[in-house]
Design a protein around this ligand. Structure first.
Ligand code: ATP
Ligand code: MG
Length: 179
């Protein structure tokens, strides 16, 4: 029989996955045998808040974690169900069994705690710049952003022309608003 392994779950939208997320994963992976990363709001893409598809996010995270030398992880896209009362059951139905959940989001913490999971806090790393919103704003305004994300993430965004997509959709939105 296999020894009991501790699996930890981290959920985010990862729009995009950045160095703050990677730092959290470095910390978490010291405290578990297996990491599960839930790619939240998987159905969303092509908006300012959620520019990248679940598949693109899957690719960027897997490249970043492989470059980090990790192999014991699962990346699981999760679509929103918009029913908080059954959200934990939905998540549990999608991923391998897990014991610990890492989140700073009060609602996520509450829902998993109520369901009996061990919920741990993850420290925030240089939040002023390691933030999805900040990185998306930088991409749009043509500022440097590549140094804020792992190499595999920048490569993926360039490959799918995600930087141009973000600029285009933001321009299209502002045009819609002014018309
Ligand atoms: P956005 O600005 O689009 O909300 P984000 O940077 O907050 O992006 P999320 O995908 O929303 O990224 O976050 C997923 C998880 O990663 C959250 O639990 C969040 O607390 C954590 N996280 C985000 N940024 C950092 C950071 N700089 N250091 C540590 N953890 C972070
Ligand atoms: Mg966030």
């Amino acid at each position: 029989m296999r020894k009991q392994e501790v699996s930890a779950l981290l959920i985010g939208r990862f729009q995009p996955f950045h160095n703050g997320h990677l730092e959290v994963i470095r910390t978490i992976s010291k405290q578990c045998d297996r990491l599960i990363v839930g790619i939240g709001s998987a159905q969303l893409s092509h908006t300012f808040e959620n520019p990248f598809t679940a598949g693109e996010r899957h690719l960027m995270i897997s490249r970043a974690l492989h470059d980090e030398g990790m192999d014991n992880f699962f990346l699981v896209p999760m679509v929103d169900i918009n029913r908080y009362a059954i959200w934990v059951a939905h998540v549990a139905s999608l991923v391998p069994p897990f014991q610990d959940v890492y989140s700073n989001n009060p609602l996520t913490r509450r829902l998993f705690e109520e369901a009996g999971y061990e919920v741990r806090s993850a420290p925030l790393f240089d939040r002023a710049v390691y933030s999805g919103t900040e990185i998306r704003k930088r991409i749009i305004s043509g500022k440097e952003w590549e140094h804020l994300v792992p190499k595999g993430v920048a490569e993926t965004i360039h490959e799918v022309h995600g930087d141009q997509r973000l600029k285009d959709i933001t321009k299209e939105y502002s045009r819609e608003v002014t018309i």
